[in-house]
Design a protein around this ligand. Structure first.
Ligand code: UD1
Length: 427
């Protein structure tokens, strides 16, 4: 397994292109299951998770072709076509690598009338059940069975009738699965308390481009009128707001000045607010955001929340940045119960963070010192990279495969803005 070595203390500056959004891509890809025509996705990030999803879709008989992949380019174009599904089973060995595999359940059920998916694995950030995915599909008329680590879903003859479901808590993935199942239902479906993350809007827009009928896009009440068939479409994956926010924190912790291009600022309001509260200057520029710091960082108090609140996927990166703020920050994690696994690692680098249940108090320190660190999830790993960029001496971030799941060519991008980073083999 590779390790990333960071020699910290360099002020980051320059211009950085933001990639297509991982979490959007992971819900746009399974839309190819909904039609026998070709679906082309542009601006697809080059990530291990995307490769895993591609393999999963290939397993069902979906053909995939990649274009525009010069080695120096970020992103690529993939055309997917599910002319005929040859399997409706997502096996354990593919699903365990990536929790988002569960997102084939809804579209597969809608297209084929049945789907069998291994219960997912993925980041170790808590229990992460899929009960809401299943309840929404049941509300739309699916019959669900759980056996031997697999979920089997069946639609009645003639397809899902559609129905109404109110989510007891906001779930991004369950909203996505329900939407993809409802678009081909025989009747109208309604979702209440649905997630309204920008990635859900992206999904709705692709589905509409394929001929789906969805009202309430961008709100928590969605009405989906099923259509008999969907057609192909070409769609551009939205920019990755979490990647952008991560590099903003990286720039800020080094006292740097970075322009992030290809960003949609409207998706990032909560992150921009948190950075601004911390004393970071954030300005909208053409097609992007300019991040600059000219003084000490200030402490921040916030809680993660579903969109438009502060994203749980930004918590570790913001925490890393706040390690060097002048004063004590208070962060509360309300989405996942086990998302502070980076805390002991940051403390090994000289940070002073206490956790009390779901709340973390980050007492600012004057300096961080490099260390060997490792994290057990993607965003936590990025938090450690950010801490390493500001730390004295060398930080070695192990288990880089987490980062490869979600950050397109991380070390190349960091080098573009002046970081001293190197990837070495072995762990
Ligand atoms: C997605 C994102 C992930 C992000 C998360 C929250 C993808 C591929 N992943 O994950 O990066 O951190 O949204 O913004 O897009 N829950 C249940 N039952 C369910 C489903 C969820 O209880 O059936 C709970 C979860 O345990 C969690 C909360 O609901 O406490 C939110 O999870 P959810 O929004 O579903 O996260 P994911 O879709 O898995």
């Amino acid at each position: 397994m590779d390790t990333i070595i960071i020699r910290g203390g360099r002020r980051l500056s320059g211009t950085l292109p933001v990639s297509g959004a991982k979490n959007s891509a992971l819900t746009l890809l399974p839309c190819a299951l909904l039609t026998d025509e070709a679906v082309t996705l542009r601006n697809l990030p080059r990530l291990a998770d995307i490769d895993s999803f591609q393999h999963l879709l290939n397993q069902f008989g979906v053909s995939t072709a990649i274009a525009g992949a010069r080695p120096e380019d970020f992103g690529r174009v993939m055309t997917l076509q599910a002319t005929r599904l040859t399997s409706t089973v997502a096996p354990y060995d593919l699903v365990r690598k990536m929790r988002a595999s569960i997102l084939v359940l809804g579209p597969m059920l809608a297209r084929a009338g049945e789907a069998t998916v291994s219960l997912p694995g993925g980041c170790a950030i808590g229990n992460r059940p899929i009960d809401l995915h299943l309840k929404a599909l049941e509300a739309f008329g699916a019959r669900i069975e759980l056996a031997a680590g697999y979920v089997r879903a069946y639609a009645p003859d003639g397809g899902l009738p559609g129905g109404e479901y109110t989510f007891p808590v906001v779930s991004v993935g369950a909203t996505e699965n329900a939407l993809m199942a409802a678009v081909l239902a025989r009747g109208t479906s309604r979702l209440h308390n649905a997630a309204r993350e920008p990635e859900i809007v992206d999904l709705c827009q692709l589905l509409v481009a394929m001929g789906a009928q969805i009202e309430g896009i961008g709100t928590s009440d969605l009405t989906i009128t099923g259509v008999a068939r969907l057609h192909g479409a070409t769609y551009m994956v939205m920019p990755d707001r979490i990647e952008a926010g991560s590099y903003a924190c990286a720039a800020a912790i080094t006292g740097g000045e970075v322009t992030l291009t290809g960003v949609r600022q409207a998706d990032m309001a909560a992150t921009v607010q948190a950075l601004t509260d911390a004393g970071v200057h954030v300005a909208a520029v053409r097609d992007g955001l300019h991040i600059a710091t000219d003084g000490p960082l200030r402490p921040v108090t916030l809680a993660t929340a579903p969109f438009p609140g502060f994203a749980t996927d930004m918590q570790a990166q913001l925490m890393a940045m706040l390690c060097l703020a002048q004063g004590s920050s208070v962060l509360t994690e309300t989405i996942f119960e086990n998302r502070y696994m980076h805390v002991p690692e940051m403390n090994r680098m000289g940070a002073r963070i206490e956790t009390h249940g779901r709340t973390a108090i980050v007492h600012g320190v004057d300096r961080l010192i490099g260390a060997d660190v490792m994290a057990t999830d993607l965003r936590a790993s990025m938090g450690l990279v950010i801490a390493g960029l500001a730390a004295a001496d060398e930080t070695r971030v192990h288990r880089v495969y987490h980062l490869d799941r979600g950050y397109e060519r991380l070390e190349e991008k960091l080098a573009l803005i002046g970081a001293d980073v190197e990837r070495v083999g072995g762990d």
